[in-house]
Each structure stands twice: as structure tokens, then as C-alpha cells.
Design a protein around this ligand. Structure first.
Ligand code: PEP
Length: 244
């Protein structure tokens, strides 16, 4: 039984006062449930604030990127051990905004996933095609290529990741994949996972998830929850998604 996982990606939003209000709302409204986990991935400077407010609550926390290296001369980077030291449990790797804006390659994403695991973090590995790639009928080739790079680097440790299918055309656009579209890709990814003995990995859907569409997406057989961007910045909306 895989259970559900709902993760908020705050992206580069927040501030101490706004976070305090959001986190307090989440703590007050998120009841522990055996069948689902909830987490938020915050900007690095707010890891301590997340730890201070969320410790002992039903909500885990983490970051949105990690260095592929252990601590060393890598100006501006943050090592997995540093995220773990602040109690972080998860780290997003390979988000399309990083692949696009920072030129992150499949190989680098795989190295980051490996570095995360080496420091005890669970990498949430994002894969997904652009609109042009979907229109060209090549989504299978794209998500396989992205996934294969990670499974080649991790081998049997692939079983320890969380995978997130995030069609680039649905991120921050208000345009969501239909439940059937999401299920088709998730079932495909499940078959890829099974080939590496990692079929029990949770596969999250991300892309304009809201309270209004979460239940129908999460009801799909191979959708194990969501990676939620914009809607994770509102406590009531995010809690409603987590309860879906
Ligand atoms: C994301 O940032 O991972 C995401 C899915 O964003 P949004 O929910 O805003 O589309």
C-alpha cells in the first residue's frame, strides 16, 4: 500500500511574517492520518523557521534544490547535509523551472538525487514534457529519458525516491492535465519503475493542482498525491488538497 503524499512547493515566495501565518494555519488544520503524508518545501533561508514551527506536527519539510556535491568550494550551493541538519526530510530535484532557467541536465538531476539520498533526504524527482513535446507525441520519450538518467545513477536506490510527473504546460498556467492524461503517464512511469524493482515508489502529479481538481486527480490508480505550487501558499487551499 503506497499511501498518499502531498507536498507544497513554495517556489521563491514567502517572508518571515507571511510564512508564520501560513505555517500556523497548516499546523492548526493538518491532522495526522495513517494513509497520507504532508510536507512543504521552502526556500533555504526559511528551513529554520519551518523546523521551529513544524517540529512535532503532522507536516514534514524540505527544500527545493540541493547541490550534487558534499560541502566544499561551491559558492552559492547548499549541501544535502545542511538541509538535513535543519530537519529537512525531502528535497525537490529536477523541477522544470530549474531545468529551464538553470540549464539543469538529466545527468545533473540524477547526481543531485544521488547526493540527496547520500545525506538521508528523499529526493522528489520531477519529470515532464513541454507542450511542444506533448503536441509532437513524444511525452513517453521525454519522461523515459529523464527517468532513465536517474535510475541509471541510483540503481536499486531508485526504490527510495519519490517521482513527480509535472507536465511543463500545466505548471503555473492554470491548465491541468485531465485525470485520464495524468493516469496514462503515471501508469507508464509505474511500468518504468517496475523494471528497476521500484514499483512501490510514490508518483505525484504536479501542475495547477487546486482543491477543486485534487480529488479527481488523486482518485486515479497510479496517482499517489500531488506536488503543489501556487495553491500551497494558502493554508485553507493546501489543506483542502491534502484532505482530498
Ligand atoms: C510546481 O511548482 O511544482 C507546480 C506544480 O506549480 P503549480 O501548482 O503552481 O502549477
Amino acid at each position: 500500500m503506497r499511501g498518499k503524499l502531498v507536498v507544497g512547493n513554495w517556489k521563491m515566495y514567502g517572508g518571515l511574517a507571511a510564512n508564520a501565518e501560513l505555517l500556523a494555519g497548516l499546523v492548526a488544520g493538518c491532522k495526522p492520518r495513517a494513509d497520507r503524508r504532508v510536507a512543504v518545501c521552502v526556500p533555504f533561508p526559511y528551513l529554520a523557521q519551518a523546523r521551529d514551527v513544524l517540529s512535532g506536527s503532522a507536516i514534514a519539510w524540505g527544500a527545493q534544490d540541493v547541490s550534487a556535491h558534499p560541502p566544499g568550494p561551491y559558492t552559492g550551493d547548499v549541501a544535502g547535509s545542511m538541509i538535513a541538519e535543519f530537519g529537512g526530510r525531502f528535497v525537490i530535484v529536477g523541477h522544470s523551472e530549474r531545468r529551464q532557467a538553470h540549464g539543469e541536465s538529466d545527468v545533473l538531476v540524477a547526481a543531485k538525487a544521488k547526493a540527496a539520498l547520500a545525506t538521508g533526504l528523499t529526493p522528489i524527482v520531477c519529470v515532464g514534457e513541454t507542450l511542444a513535446e506533448r503536441d509532437a507525441g513524444s511525452w513517453q520519450a521525454v519522461v523515459s529519458r529523464q527517468f532513465d538518467a536517474v535510475s541509471a545513477a541510483l540503481g536499486r536506490e531508485t526504490a527510495l525516491i519519490v517521482l513527480a510527473y509535472e507536465p511543463v504546460w500545466a505548471i503555473g498556467t492554470g491548465r491541468t492535465a485531465t485525470p485520464a492524461q495524468a493516469q496514462e503517464v503515471h501508469a507508464f512511469l509505474r511500468r518504468q519503475l517496475a523494471r528497476t524493482g521500484a514499483e512501490s515508489v510514490q508518483v505525484l502529479y504536479g501542475g495547477s493542482v487546486k482543491a477543486a481538481n485534487a480529488a479527481s486527480l488523486f482518485a486515479q490508480a497510479d496517482v499517489d498525491g500531488g506536488l503543489v505550487g501556487g495553491a500551497s501558499l494558502l493554508a485553507t487551499e493546501f489543506l483542502a488538497i491534502a484532505d482530498a
